[in-house]
Design a protein around this ligand. Structure first.
Ligand code: PGA
Length: 243
C-alpha cells in the first residue's frame, strides 16, 4: 500500500484524474470501478474537464459502481444512480449500456447480486477501482463487523454511516438503513485500486490504515492483501500518518 499526500483536495483530485486518464488512454476499453460520496467529486469534475478540453474519451469504457441505497429508485435525488449521472455520466461520452450501478430495487436481491458479480467477471474484472473510505473504515458499504461478505449483498448500514450521510437527506431518519454493495472479494479482485481521502474527519482512519493489522473491524485494512493499492490523501487527511 502506497500513500501519497497532496497539499490540497484539488491537487489530489487532479492526480487521481491523471491516473485514470493514463489507464483509459492505454486501454480505451478499460473497466473502471466507481465510487460515490463527496470524495470523488473533484476527480469527476477533472475527468469531465479532460473529456471536454483534452479529448479523453470514455466511449468504450465500462464502469461498475460499488453500491446503491436499498429502496431508492434510480430517479430518487439521493440515489447513487442520480449522483453518477449528475456528477459524471451526463457530461462524458460513455455509452449507457456500459454503465453498471447496483439496483436499489431488485426483486430478488440474491439473484440480482449474483448477476452483478457475474457481469464483472464476464468483462474480465475491474482494471482500476476507485474507493472512498468511511470514517469507520468501510469501503463500498462493507461495514465493520465480525465477518465481511465476499460478494455483492444487501448490507445493514452502520450508525456512523447513517450519521455521516444524513447531510445529503432532509434528516437522518430519511437515510435508508440498508444498501446493496459490491463485496470485499470483488473489490480485491480489481487489478489496481486507488483509495482517496480528504479532510480532517478522515485523518484517524487513514492513520489506522497505515498502522493497524488486517481486521474486519476496519474493512479497508484488507486492502493490505492487494499488491497495487495507491492511497491519495490531502494534507488534512494525512495529518495522522507517520512520515
Ligand atoms: P465521502 O464517503 O466521500 O462522502 O466521505 C466516503 C465513504 O463513505 O466511503
Amino acid at each position: 500500500m502506497q500513500f501519497q499526500t497532496f497539499d490540497t483536495y484539488e491537487a489530489l483530485s487532479k492526480a487521481a484524474a491523471v491516473a485514470i486518464a493514463e489507464e483509459v488512454r492505454a486501454n480505451p476499453r478499460a473497466v473502471l470501478g466507481l465510487a460515490t460520496g463527496s470524495t470523488p467529486l473533484g476527480l469527476y469534475r477533472e475527468l469531465i474537464r479532460l473529456h471536454r478540453e483534452e479529448g479523453l474519451s470514455f466511449a468504450q469504457v465500462k464502469t461498475f459502481n460499488l453500491d446503491e441505497y436499498y429502496g431508492l429508485a434510480p430517479d430518487h435525488p439521493q440515489s447513487y444512480h442520480h449522483f453518477m449521472w449528475e456528477n459524471l455520466f451526463s457530461h462524458i461520452d460513455i455509452s449507457k449500456e456500459n454503465i453498471n450501478i447496483p439496483s436499489g430495487t431488485p426483486d430478488d436481491v440474491d439473484a440480482y447480486c449474483r448477476a452483478y458479480d457475474a457481469r464483472i467477471n464476464e468483462v474480465g474484472g475491474i482494471d482500476l477501482q476507485i474507493l472512498g473510505i468511511g470514517t469507520n473504515g468501510h469501503i463500498g458499504f462493507n461495514e465493520p463487523g465480525e465477518e465481511l461478505t465476499p460478494r455483492c449483498h444487501r448490507v445493514q448500514l452502520a450508525e456512523a454511516t447513517i450519521e455521516a450521510n444524513a447531510r445529503f437527506f432532509d434528516n437522518a431518519a430519511d437515510v435508508p438503513r440498508t444498501a446493496i454493495t459490491m463485496g470485499m472479494e470483488s473489490i480485491l479482485q480489481a487489478k489496481k485500486i486507488m483509495l482517496l481521502a480528504n479532510g480532517e474527519a478522515k485523518a484517524p482512519v487513514i492513520g489506522k490504515l497505515q498502522t493497524s493489522g488486517i481486521t474486519t473491524q476496519i474493512p479497508a485494512t484488507l486492502l493490505r492483501l492487494h499488491r497495487h493499492v495507491h492511497v491519495y490523501v490531502d494534507a488534512a487527511a494525512a495529518s495522522q500518518l507517520a512520515r
